[in-house]
Design a protein around this ligand. Structure first.
Ligand code: SAM
Length: 208
């Protein structure tokens, strides 16, 4: 990741400067993620960790569906405050932490599902990617799942002014293959609020 800029400040500014429905990653159609979550077959008491959650509406949707044990974590305290303000007194654990230097996340209990949409692809340095996959490996229970959705090889090379490391299904398999098996994957083109297309690769892995 680009160490020249203060990334915490960068993301706090991103969430302060625009209404959330204008953010370049704001979703109204959560169906690709929900389809994979359904595929896990996890029950409603499963522990679900949404990493780099920002102020995603996925949390609202998971609450609505009835999931009871949700954790949202992000580098940006502004994003998590916006999320908390929106969901009100509905119970979600929010943790401000940096995935490239995790401290609080290292100490949480393991989870049944790790969800990442549009976070890993910001980690352009191998050391940051290694830290991410080490945390993922240590925090997902056996028979638990990792749902990872990133810009695919046809995707943009910059997002929110930051460089992107794009992924194919094969690249993610290579990163996870010792401990996880691929359950499903598909390409999906997300349409940004300004109408631009952002092609993603969606993957679901199960921990062996
Ligand atoms: C493109 S947004 C996606 C947000 C959310 N996953 C969604 O789909 O709406 C990327 C998110 O990753 C977070 N992020 C970036 N670098 C991070 C880091 N090192 N640790 C934790 N979160 C990070 C940002 O604050 C931002 O909320």
């Amino acid at each position: 990741m680009n160490k020249e800029i203060d990334l915490s400040k960068h993301w706090n500014n991103a969430y302060s400067n625009k209404p959330e429905e204008k953010l370049g990653w704001y979703e109204t159609d959560l169906s690709p993620t929900l389809k994979l979550i359904t595929k896990t077959g996890l029950n409603k008491s499963a522990r679900i960790l949404n990493i780099g959650a920002g102020s995603t509406t996925l949390i609202d949707e998971l609450i609505k569906i009835g999931y009871l044990n949700l954790i949202a974590t992000d580098l940006s305290e502004v994003a998590l405050k916006n999320l908390k303000d929106r969901i009100g007194n509905r119970k979600v654990e929010c943790i401000v932490d940096d995935l490239t230097k995790p401290t609080k996340l290292k100490n949480i209990a393991s989870v049944d599902l790790w969800i990442d949409r549009a976070v890993l692809h910001f980690f352009t340095e191998k050391t940051d990617q290694d830290t991410y996959f080490k945390l993922l490996n240590s925090k997902v229970n056996k028979d638990g799942f990792a749902l990872i959705a990133e810009f695919n090889l046809k995707g943009a090379t910059v997002c929110s002014g930051l460089p992107i490391h794009r992924y194919s299904k094969e690249m993610l398999i290579e990163k996870l293959e010792n401990n996880f098996e691929l359950i499903d994957s598909f390409d999906y083109t997300y349409i940004m609020p300004n109408g631009a297309e952002r092609p993603y690769i969606y993957t679901l892995f199960r921990k062996k």
